[in-house]
Design a protein around this ligand. Structure first.
Ligand code: PMT
Length: 398
């Protein structure tokens, strides 16, 4: 099962082992599973496989050195560490394990492993004697204690003629276990309803009122909730994102349609994540024919749309409610006031405007629940996973 790899950004590190000949196969399978792959390799890895091969199979420029001005100009190592949803080192030599276990950061790969916030997985590959050595086993335990996921190694005949543990795990096992890294049980057995994207409020048959929401934040939260074991329903306004798999997806256009869809689903939900940027107003009169510009100025009369999250907040019983607040000024104060006014358990405040938050790939938020926590700017995938863990904690501690 590699379902959690869909849409994930995987940074594959390749170190100097004969098992590096399997790295192209790992890349091919990762891409088939729907992941985007970037590769970083050590100098010693180049003795076993060419940079060109890995670059060609991954479809992305290769990352080789820590102090490479050209590579840093395109995507610096810190940016690369932040880009990744997961870092997979396959094969990982005994030397690499030792250096990582001791926190060294003297080359690109070890630096990436220390700099990233993403989960790190290692698929060790080495001679059976090296694997069994006390020092390697101590390093293994140190890495496991630091939440590094160790995949394999397998047991069997080795390139050097020995037989025993130390062969790199087969690519399909590596993919399955990497996929499992994303699965948590934080919301196991719960039903989560997510709204995402903008709404369109028609003016005439060819024009509408809308906003810049892309749906990325809501879709990332729906995916993270599914990874956390929830049964997810996603109600989405018009976006250009592919429909996520393994969840119930409904498409709506207007705020009224989103309201109707939410009210149908809400009795059967434990947690409601109101991420959609819902149009607050619609046109009082929708013109049946296209409006022609025969006046210098025109006025549109608008009427209020129903407030979906506030309506859910008044239900009894009601689900655990998490709202979002997109603000351009006084972000925390506005969000706090909305939380109280709309009866939310938690609110996630994001500063929008000037390319931030709305429509962007990254977001920086402050979560206001029982406590207030600021999360720095990061891609919406990892941010969604952190938010889901925080939401799960507050839900279970109600
Ligand atoms: O989609 P992206 O490009 O990834 O951008 C994500 C986002 C910036 C849209 C998202 O993170 C976000 O902040 N969503 C809420 C945006 C918003 O419209 O906030 P608001 O302050 O207008 O509404 C506050 C809350 O009430 C929200 O939970 C909203 O879903 C809800 N609401 C608002 C109006 C309405 N009629 N019904 C509602 O349920």
């Amino acid at each position: 099962m590699t379902q959690f790899l869909v849409g994930k950004r995987v940074l594959l590190g390749v170190t100097g082992s004969i098992a590096a000949y399997k790295s192209p196969e790992i890349i091919r399978r990762l891409r088939e599973a729907g992941a985007e792959v970037r590769v970083a390799m050590t100098e010693n890895a180049k003795r076993f496989i060419t940079p060109l091969t890995l670059q060609a199979v991954s479809g992305n420029p290769l990352h080789e050195a820590l102090f490479d001005a050209r590579a840093e100009a395109a995507m610096g190592h810190i940016e690369l560490a932040r880009w990744a949803d997961a870092v997979l080192i396959a094969p990982a030599t005994a030397d690499f394990m030792a250096r990582l276990a001791h926190g060294l950061a003297d080359d690109l790969l070890t630096t990436l492993c220390l700099a990233t916030q993403a989960p790190v997985a290692l698929a060790p590959a080495m001679n059976q004697g090296m694997w069994k050595h006390l020092l390697t086993q101590e390093n293994l335990r140190a890495l496991q204690q630091k939440q590094v996921c160790i995949i394999g190694p397998g047991n069997g005949s080795q390139a050097c003629g020995d037989v025993g543990p130390g062969r790199m795990a087969e690519p399909e096992i590596i993919l399955e276990q990497l996929s499992a890294v994303f699965a948590t049980a934080a919301l196991a057995g719960l039903k989560v309803l997510v709204t995402a994207g903008p709404t369109h409020e028609a003016i005439d048959p060819v024009r509408f009122l809308t906003n810049g929401s892309s749906g990325k934040m809501g879709y990332a939260l729906a995916e993270a909730a599914r990874e956390a074991g929830a049964a997810v329903t996603l109600i989405s306004g018009p976006v250009s994102l592919p429909k996520p798999g393994h969840m119930d997806c409904m498409s709506v256009t207007t705020a009224q349609e989103m309201y109707d869809a939410v009210m149908r689903k809400i009795p059967d939900c434990d947690i409601f994540l109101s991420v959609a940027a819902v149009g607050d107003y619609r046109c009082k009169k929708v013109h049946e024919q296209k409006i022609h510009k025969n006046q210098d100025a025109m006025t549109l009369e608008l009427v209020r749309n129903p407030d979906i999250v506030a309506s859910v907040g008044q239900l009894s019983p009601r689900p655990f409610i998490v709202g979002f607040a997109a603000e351009t000024e006084h972000v925390i104060e506005q969000a706090q006031a909305k939380r109280e006014r709309k009866g939310m358990d938690m609110i996630v405040a994001n500063q929008v405007g000037r390319g931030a938050g709305m429509g962007a790939d990254e977001n920086e938020v402050t979560v206001i629940g029982k406590s207030r926590i600021h999360l720095p700017s990061m891609p919406k995938g990892p941010l969604a996973r952190q938010l889901i863990m925080m939401i799960a904690k507050e839900y279970h501690n109600q």
